[in-house]
Structure formats: C-alpha cells, structure tokens
Design a protein around this ligand. Structure first.
Ligand SMILES: [Zn+2]
Length: 301
C-alpha cells in the first residue's frame, strides 16, 4: 500500500513538473536590451532567447533559418524595429495567421528622434535613430511595454509581470536620477566621441552636447582628418578631460585623439552588443548603465 502511494505521488510530481515546463512562455528577443527587459519582466515564467548572440555586431547580423523558426514558434517576439533589425518586419509580414507570434516593436513605445549627421539622401521621409534604449527614460517605457505585451499574452500571470516590471523600472529610475544629478552638478555639458555615436537619445534626455567622429552608428569609412582635427581642437579649447569610445571599438580614432591631447579614453557602453564574458557574468541593462554613470562623471569633470 505504501509503495503504491509513493508511486502515485511520483507520477503526480512528474505531471506537475511537465505542466510547469509547458507553461513557461517562449520569448524571442533580437538584441540585448530587448532580451534583458524580457527576462527581468518574465523571470521564471518565460524562456527568453537572444537572437543576436553576444559578441555579434548588431548591424552585421542576419537571421538564420533556425532563428526564423524560433520567431514563428515564440509566444512573444520582441524587437526594436529600426535599421539594425529591419529584417524582423519582413519576417513578421511573411508569417501569417497561426504562424505569427505576438510581436512587440519597441520603437512604437517611445518618442522617436531623427538621425543626426550626414544624410546620404534618397530617403523617403525621416530616418529615425534606433538606439532608443540608451536613454534610461525610454528604457522605463520599454519595460512597461514589455509588461503590457506579456499581460496580453498571458493574462493569468499579469500581476506578476506588472510587479516585476515595477521593480526593474524602479532600478532604472535610480540610474536616471543619478545621471540627471551628475549633469546638474557637472562643470561642462559636452562629450567628445572619437567613435560611432549611438547615444542621441541619451544626450537629449539630459541636455548634454556632443561632437562625434561618425554621425550616428554607421562607420563604413574612416573619419576625415578634418573631423579628427575638429575633435582635438574642441578638447583643447574647452579643456575637456576625456575622449569617449563605445564598446567593441578598435579605439583607433580615440588613441589618435588621446595621444594628441593627453586626455584619457573612456568607454560609454551603448548596450547594443555585449561580449560573451559580459553575458556569462550576468551583466544587465542596469549593471552596465551604472558603469556608464561612472564614465559620465569622469568625462564631465
Ligand atoms: Zn547601432
């Protein structure tokens, strides 16, 4: 009798375990910010897949057939909706009816800014900068949007998603406040980037000024000597203490500028790509942004 009871109990436990596994939502995210926000809001109710693997340059990524299959099978697909994942809209358009996952396009969740810098022409209408998450103000709206999307897909757990989102938004709000305070008490407003510039939303959110070697995030060519000389002149004229690069940079231009001016090189992490090491170490939007706060304090002295 005891044996029989034990067996029944084991069967029951196994059933519960498999039911719990099936209940986990499958969430597919294109880049790191979408991935991080999804895992923070879903916690153990979701299995989140990052399509653009750590270390892979976002702007060079192309989805594999396996990626497309993963998107079609997802309960929720989260993407930015800019140039970096422009392929996503065409995949979604190609998946009709039952094959199409619920989709959250993050550029619909925030107020967009037009790309600055050189315009090659030929565009129809405005080109919007896609690096929306670099502003912690936008990041909070993105987390809220993710919570809303998960609530729509899985209403039964809505309360949990909302409370997870509230907690993460509160942590991002602390960063927002720290940056605002840093800028408020800073000796200067200008950042010099000897690199690509994915921080338009960041600088606009806090009333910062910038000068960059490359307009926006594209760097198909070397900057002109005039551009580099311009950065060097600005640093000298305004007594700026640092020159900035972004993550995964060759730092070639930054080294030239630093050697010429004697200032230090600082990294502001745009979060569009994390390294495998950062990923394995469990870095998040919040942990990386706090490092950016420190780098900002250094550069605004
Ligand atoms: Zn970019």
């Amino acid at each position: 009798m005891k044996k029989w009871l034990m067996l029944a109990l084991i069967c029951l436990l196994a059933l519960c375990a498999s039911a719990a596994a099936e209940e986990r939502l499958s969430i597919v995210a294109t880049d790191f910010p979408c991935y991080d926000f999804a895992r923070q809001v879903a916690q153990d109710r979701g299995e989140v897949t990052l399509l653009i693997h750590p270390g892979v340059e976002v702007h060079a990524y192309e989805p594999s057939p396996a990626d497309i299959l993963a998107i079609s099978r997802a309960d929720l697909f989260v993407y930015i909706g800019g140039e970096g994942d422009a392929w996503a809209d065409s995949i979604l358009a190609g998946l009709d009816g039952e094959d199409a996952p619920a989709a959250l396009r993050m550029m619909d969740a925030v107020a967009l800014l037009e790309e600055e810098g050189e315009d090659e022409g030929g565009h129809e209408g405005p080109e919007y900068d896609e690096h929306i998450w670099t502003s912690p103000v936008n990041a909070q709206a993105m987390v809220r949007a993710l919570s809303d999307a998960l609530c729509a897909v899985d209403a039964a757990n809505g309360e949990a998603y909302r409370s997870n989102a509230d907690a993460y938004i509160a942590r991002i709000a602390e960063i927002d406040a720290a940056i605002a305070e840093t800028v408020e008490g800073a000796a200067r407003r200008k950042l010099v980037f000897a690199d690509r510039f994915p921080f338009l939303y960041f600088v606009r959110a806090y009333g910062l000024e910038y000068e960059a070697a490359f307009p926006s995030c594209t760097a198909d060519t070397e900057p002109t000597p005039q551009t580099i000389m311009g950065l060097i002149r600005t640093i000298a004229a305004e007594d700026i203490p640092a020159v900035y690069t972004i993550e995964l940079s060759t730092q070639a231009v930054a080294r030239t500028v630093a050697e010429e001016t004697g200032v230090e090189i600082l990294t502001l992490h745009s979060l569009q790509t994390v390294t495998q090491d950062e990923f394995d170490a469990g870095e998040s939007y919040v942990s990386i942004m706090w490092k950016n706060v420190e780098a900002l304090k250094e550069g605004l002295r």
